[in-house]
Design a protein. Structure first.
Length: 302
Protein backbone atom coordinates (compact mmCIF):
# COMPACT_ATOMS: atom_id res chain seq x y z
CA UNK A 1 0.00 0.00 0.00
CA UNK A 2 1.53 3.40 -0.99
CA UNK A 3 2.44 5.60 1.97
CA UNK A 4 2.12 9.34 2.47
CA UNK A 5 5.51 10.01 0.87
CA UNK A 6 4.50 8.18 -2.30
CA UNK A 7 1.09 9.87 -2.35
CA UNK A 8 2.71 13.31 -2.00
CA UNK A 9 5.01 12.59 -4.93
CA UNK A 10 2.01 11.53 -7.05
CA UNK A 11 0.05 14.65 -6.14
CA UNK A 12 3.01 16.89 -6.97
CA UNK A 13 3.27 15.11 -10.30
CA UNK A 14 -0.41 15.88 -11.01
CA UNK A 15 0.36 19.60 -10.72
CA UNK A 16 3.66 19.29 -12.61
CA UNK A 17 5.68 20.01 -9.45
CA UNK A 18 4.72 23.66 -9.72
CA UNK A 19 7.01 25.86 -7.60
CA UNK A 20 4.00 27.74 -6.22
CA UNK A 21 3.07 24.72 -4.07
CA UNK A 22 5.48 23.11 -1.61
CA UNK A 23 5.71 19.63 -0.15
CA UNK A 24 4.47 21.08 3.14
CA UNK A 25 1.41 22.52 1.37
CA UNK A 26 0.70 19.14 -0.20
CA UNK A 27 1.12 17.35 3.14
CA UNK A 28 -1.45 19.70 4.68
CA UNK A 29 -3.85 19.03 1.79
CA UNK A 30 -3.33 15.26 2.07
CA UNK A 31 -4.00 15.31 5.81
CA UNK A 32 -7.22 17.30 5.43
CA UNK A 33 -8.61 15.24 2.55
CA UNK A 34 -7.60 11.97 4.20
CA UNK A 35 -9.58 12.83 7.31
CA UNK A 36 -12.70 13.48 5.21
CA UNK A 37 -12.38 10.33 3.08
CA UNK A 38 -11.63 8.15 6.10
CA UNK A 39 -14.63 9.26 8.13
CA UNK A 40 -17.18 9.39 5.33
CA UNK A 41 -17.20 5.60 4.99
CA UNK A 42 -16.58 2.57 7.23
CA UNK A 43 -13.68 1.07 5.30
CA UNK A 44 -13.06 -2.62 5.93
CA UNK A 45 -9.49 -2.10 7.11
CA UNK A 46 -10.80 0.20 9.83
CA UNK A 47 -12.96 -2.52 11.33
CA UNK A 48 -11.19 -4.34 14.16
CA UNK A 49 -12.20 -5.75 17.52
CA UNK A 50 -10.78 -6.06 20.99
CA UNK A 51 -11.64 -8.05 24.09
CA UNK A 52 -12.37 -6.07 27.23
CA UNK A 53 -12.09 -8.24 30.33
CA UNK A 54 -14.04 -6.99 33.33
CA UNK A 55 -12.92 -7.65 36.89
CA UNK A 56 -14.80 -9.02 39.87
CA UNK A 57 -15.77 -6.81 42.75
CA UNK A 58 -13.61 -7.07 45.86
CA UNK A 59 -14.81 -6.77 49.46
CA UNK A 60 -12.54 -9.00 51.55
CA UNK A 61 -11.82 -7.75 55.08
CA UNK A 62 -12.84 -4.47 56.70
CA UNK A 63 -11.45 -0.96 56.87
CA UNK A 64 -11.32 2.41 58.54
CA UNK A 65 -10.51 5.84 57.14
CA UNK A 66 -8.62 8.92 58.23
CA UNK A 67 -9.11 11.66 55.69
CA UNK A 68 -8.10 10.27 52.30
CA UNK A 69 -6.10 7.38 53.83
CA UNK A 70 -7.88 4.04 53.99
CA UNK A 71 -6.52 1.31 56.29
CA UNK A 72 -7.63 -2.27 55.88
CA UNK A 73 -7.76 -5.33 58.11
CA UNK A 74 -7.58 -8.71 56.40
CA UNK A 75 -7.33 -7.03 52.99
CA UNK A 76 -5.08 -7.76 50.04
CA UNK A 77 -5.11 -4.53 48.05
CA UNK A 78 -2.83 -4.69 45.03
CA UNK A 79 -1.55 -2.00 42.66
CA UNK A 80 -4.21 -3.14 40.17
CA UNK A 81 -6.81 -1.45 42.39
CA UNK A 82 -5.47 2.03 41.60
CA UNK A 83 -7.96 3.69 39.29
CA UNK A 84 -10.87 1.58 40.50
CA UNK A 85 -13.62 2.85 42.79
CA UNK A 86 -14.52 2.09 46.38
CA UNK A 87 -17.88 2.36 48.14
CA UNK A 88 -17.60 2.32 51.93
CA UNK A 89 -20.24 1.12 54.36
CA UNK A 90 -23.81 2.09 53.55
CA UNK A 91 -22.78 5.14 51.51
CA UNK A 92 -24.26 5.41 48.03
CA UNK A 93 -21.46 7.64 46.77
CA UNK A 94 -18.08 6.21 45.84
CA UNK A 95 -14.48 7.40 45.62
CA UNK A 96 -11.70 6.79 43.15
CA UNK A 97 -8.59 5.01 44.43
CA UNK A 98 -5.56 7.13 43.58
CA UNK A 99 -2.67 5.24 45.20
CA UNK A 100 -1.74 2.00 46.96
CA UNK A 101 0.94 1.80 49.66
CA UNK A 102 0.50 -1.81 50.78
CA UNK A 103 -1.97 -4.68 51.01
CA UNK A 104 -3.69 -2.78 53.83
CA UNK A 105 -3.27 0.87 52.83
CA UNK A 106 -4.70 2.85 49.92
CA UNK A 107 -5.46 6.49 49.21
CA UNK A 108 -8.71 7.82 47.78
CA UNK A 109 -9.26 11.04 45.87
CA UNK A 110 -10.89 12.79 48.83
CA UNK A 111 -11.81 11.94 52.39
CA UNK A 112 -15.31 10.94 53.43
CA UNK A 113 -17.52 13.61 55.04
CA UNK A 114 -17.16 11.57 58.25
CA UNK A 115 -14.34 9.08 58.76
CA UNK A 116 -15.38 5.43 58.61
CA UNK A 117 -14.94 3.55 61.87
CA UNK A 118 -12.86 0.40 62.23
CA UNK A 119 -14.68 -2.68 60.99
CA UNK A 120 -16.51 -0.89 58.16
CA UNK A 121 -17.42 -2.92 55.12
CA UNK A 122 -16.64 -1.82 51.59
CA UNK A 123 -16.75 -2.79 47.92
CA UNK A 124 -14.09 -2.07 45.32
CA UNK A 125 -15.38 -2.16 41.77
CA UNK A 126 -14.56 -1.10 38.25
CA UNK A 127 -17.07 -0.03 35.61
CA UNK A 128 -14.83 1.88 33.18
CA UNK A 129 -12.21 0.23 31.00
CA UNK A 130 -9.62 1.55 28.57
CA UNK A 131 -10.03 1.07 24.84
CA UNK A 132 -7.08 0.68 22.44
CA UNK A 133 -5.15 3.85 21.49
CA UNK A 134 -6.44 3.64 17.89
CA UNK A 135 -10.10 3.61 18.97
CA UNK A 136 -12.35 5.75 16.78
CA UNK A 137 -15.97 4.64 17.16
CA UNK A 138 -17.80 1.59 18.50
CA UNK A 139 -19.65 -0.56 15.98
CA UNK A 140 -20.87 -3.31 18.26
CA UNK A 141 -20.31 -4.74 21.74
CA UNK A 142 -21.27 -8.30 22.66
CA UNK A 143 -21.00 -10.55 25.68
CA UNK A 144 -23.55 -13.32 26.14
CA UNK A 145 -25.89 -11.00 24.25
CA UNK A 146 -25.48 -7.82 22.28
CA UNK A 147 -25.04 -4.81 24.54
CA UNK A 148 -27.17 -1.72 24.05
CA UNK A 149 -25.50 1.67 23.74
CA UNK A 150 -26.83 4.41 26.03
CA UNK A 151 -26.00 8.00 26.78
CA UNK A 152 -24.12 8.62 30.03
CA UNK A 153 -26.79 11.14 31.02
CA UNK A 154 -29.43 8.42 30.81
CA UNK A 155 -27.53 6.03 33.07
CA UNK A 156 -26.81 8.92 35.44
CA UNK A 157 -30.55 9.49 35.64
CA UNK A 158 -31.38 5.84 36.32
CA UNK A 159 -28.44 4.88 38.55
CA UNK A 160 -26.29 7.91 39.42
CA UNK A 161 -24.26 6.06 42.08
CA UNK A 162 -23.80 2.89 40.04
CA UNK A 163 -25.35 0.68 42.71
CA UNK A 164 -26.91 -1.73 40.20
CA UNK A 165 -24.76 -4.81 39.57
CA UNK A 166 -24.98 -7.88 37.38
CA UNK A 167 -22.83 -10.83 36.41
CA UNK A 168 -22.83 -9.52 32.85
CA UNK A 169 -23.56 -5.95 31.77
CA UNK A 170 -26.17 -5.28 29.11
CA UNK A 171 -25.46 -1.61 28.39
CA UNK A 172 -22.38 0.35 27.43
CA UNK A 173 -21.45 3.98 26.87
CA UNK A 174 -18.31 5.77 25.74
CA UNK A 175 -17.26 7.61 28.87
CA UNK A 176 -14.48 9.83 27.58
CA UNK A 177 -10.73 10.07 28.12
CA UNK A 178 -8.83 8.10 30.76
CA UNK A 179 -7.95 10.65 33.48
CA UNK A 180 -4.74 8.75 34.35
CA UNK A 181 -3.28 8.95 30.83
CA UNK A 182 -1.93 12.38 29.98
CA UNK A 183 0.61 11.56 27.26
CA UNK A 184 -1.97 10.28 24.77
CA UNK A 185 -5.72 10.12 24.26
CA UNK A 186 -7.06 6.84 25.60
CA UNK A 187 -10.85 6.56 25.57
CA UNK A 188 -12.82 4.56 28.12
CA UNK A 189 -15.92 2.43 27.80
CA UNK A 190 -18.31 2.09 30.73
CA UNK A 191 -20.49 -0.96 31.35
CA UNK A 192 -23.80 -1.03 33.19
CA UNK A 193 -25.02 -2.61 35.41
CA UNK A 194 -21.63 -2.64 37.09
CA UNK A 195 -20.04 -6.07 36.47
CA UNK A 196 -19.97 -8.02 39.75
CA UNK A 197 -17.72 -10.78 38.43
CA UNK A 198 -15.03 -11.27 35.83
CA UNK A 199 -16.38 -11.62 32.32
CA UNK A 200 -15.43 -10.60 28.79
CA UNK A 201 -16.97 -8.19 26.31
CA UNK A 202 -15.91 -8.15 22.69
CA UNK A 203 -15.93 -4.61 21.29
CA UNK A 204 -15.88 -4.10 17.52
CA UNK A 205 -14.79 -0.62 16.55
CA UNK A 206 -13.50 1.61 13.78
CA UNK A 207 -9.87 2.51 14.33
CA UNK A 208 -8.35 5.90 13.69
CA UNK A 209 -5.82 6.40 10.91
CA UNK A 210 -3.66 9.52 10.95
CA UNK A 211 -0.93 10.07 8.38
CA UNK A 212 1.63 11.36 10.84
CA UNK A 213 4.75 10.50 8.81
CA UNK A 214 5.80 9.67 5.26
CA UNK A 215 5.67 5.96 6.13
CA UNK A 216 2.00 6.17 7.22
CA UNK A 217 -0.53 4.44 4.95
CA UNK A 218 -4.24 5.15 4.45
CA UNK A 219 -6.66 2.33 5.26
CA UNK A 220 -8.31 2.50 1.83
CA UNK A 221 -7.26 2.58 -1.83
CA UNK A 222 -4.57 5.25 -2.02
CA UNK A 223 -5.56 6.52 -5.48
CA UNK A 224 -8.78 7.89 -3.97
CA UNK A 225 -6.66 10.22 -1.85
CA UNK A 226 -4.31 11.03 -4.73
CA UNK A 227 -7.11 12.28 -6.99
CA UNK A 228 -8.85 14.22 -4.21
CA UNK A 229 -5.61 15.83 -3.02
CA UNK A 230 -4.72 16.57 -6.65
CA UNK A 231 -8.05 18.39 -7.02
CA UNK A 232 -7.37 20.47 -3.91
CA UNK A 233 -3.81 21.17 -5.05
CA UNK A 234 -5.16 22.51 -8.35
CA UNK A 235 -7.58 24.77 -6.47
CA UNK A 236 -4.65 25.91 -4.31
CA UNK A 237 -2.66 26.88 -7.40
CA UNK A 238 -5.64 28.71 -8.89
CA UNK A 239 -5.77 30.76 -5.71
CA UNK A 240 -2.07 31.53 -6.04
CA UNK A 241 -1.97 32.28 -9.75
CA UNK A 242 -5.51 33.18 -10.80
CA UNK A 243 -5.04 30.96 -13.86
CA UNK A 244 -8.40 29.41 -14.87
CA UNK A 245 -6.57 26.41 -16.31
CA UNK A 246 -6.13 25.13 -12.77
CA UNK A 247 -9.92 25.18 -12.27
CA UNK A 248 -10.38 23.04 -15.36
CA UNK A 249 -7.75 20.63 -14.06
CA UNK A 250 -9.44 20.52 -10.65
CA UNK A 251 -12.73 19.55 -12.34
CA UNK A 252 -10.97 16.72 -14.18
CA UNK A 253 -9.38 15.43 -11.00
CA UNK A 254 -12.70 15.66 -9.16
CA UNK A 255 -14.35 13.44 -11.78
CA UNK A 256 -11.53 10.92 -11.46
CA UNK A 257 -11.88 11.06 -7.67
CA UNK A 258 -15.61 10.25 -7.82
CA UNK A 259 -15.01 7.33 -10.19
CA UNK A 260 -12.22 5.92 -8.06
CA UNK A 261 -14.16 6.44 -4.82
CA UNK A 262 -17.13 4.51 -6.20
CA UNK A 263 -14.87 1.69 -7.34
CA UNK A 264 -13.07 1.59 -4.01
CA UNK A 265 -16.35 1.36 -2.10
CA UNK A 266 -17.68 -1.43 -4.30
CA UNK A 267 -14.41 -3.30 -3.89
CA UNK A 268 -14.53 -2.74 -0.15
CA UNK A 269 -18.08 -4.08 0.14
CA UNK A 270 -16.92 -7.38 -1.30
CA UNK A 271 -14.43 -7.85 1.52
CA UNK A 272 -16.92 -8.44 4.30
CA UNK A 273 -20.28 -10.15 4.50
CA UNK A 274 -23.43 -8.52 5.88
CA UNK A 275 -24.83 -9.89 9.12
CA UNK A 276 -27.56 -12.49 8.56
CA UNK A 277 -28.12 -13.57 12.15
CA UNK A 278 -27.40 -12.09 15.54
CA UNK A 279 -28.77 -13.00 18.92
CA UNK A 280 -31.28 -10.50 20.25
CA UNK A 281 -30.11 -7.99 22.83
CA UNK A 282 -31.12 -8.23 26.45
CA UNK A 283 -33.83 -5.60 25.94
CA UNK A 284 -35.59 -7.34 23.04
CA UNK A 285 -38.45 -8.98 24.90
CA UNK A 286 -40.55 -9.68 21.78
CA UNK A 287 -39.53 -12.34 19.33
CA UNK A 288 -36.87 -10.95 17.05
CA UNK A 289 -36.10 -11.65 13.42
CA UNK A 290 -33.87 -14.53 14.49
CA UNK A 291 -36.96 -16.40 15.76
CA UNK A 292 -38.46 -16.45 12.28
CA UNK A 293 -35.16 -17.17 10.58
CA UNK A 294 -34.54 -20.17 12.81
CA UNK A 295 -38.03 -21.62 12.38
CA UNK A 296 -39.59 -20.72 9.08
CA UNK A 297 -37.23 -19.21 6.56
CA UNK A 298 -39.88 -19.65 3.97
CA UNK A 299 -41.86 -16.66 5.24
CA UNK A 300 -39.02 -14.40 4.13
CA UNK A 301 -38.93 -15.89 0.64
CA UNK A 302 -42.61 -15.50 -0.19
Amino acid sequence: MPNRGTIRAQVLNLVASNTMITSTNVNDIIDAEHDTILNDYSWTRRRVDTMVETVAQYSTGTLSTSGATVTGVGTVWTSAFVGRYIRIGSNTFFHRITARASNTSITIEEGLPTDAAAGSTYTIFRHRYNLPPDFGRVINATSDTRLVEAAKSEIDRIDPYRTSTATRPDTYMIYGLDPDTTTSQIYQIEFWPVPSSATAVRVEYLRTNTLTSDSSEPLYRSTVLVWKAGESAAFFLHGRTGDAAWLALADRYHARFLEDLQGAREEDLGKWSPVTHIRDSAYDWDRGDDFGIDRDIGIFLR
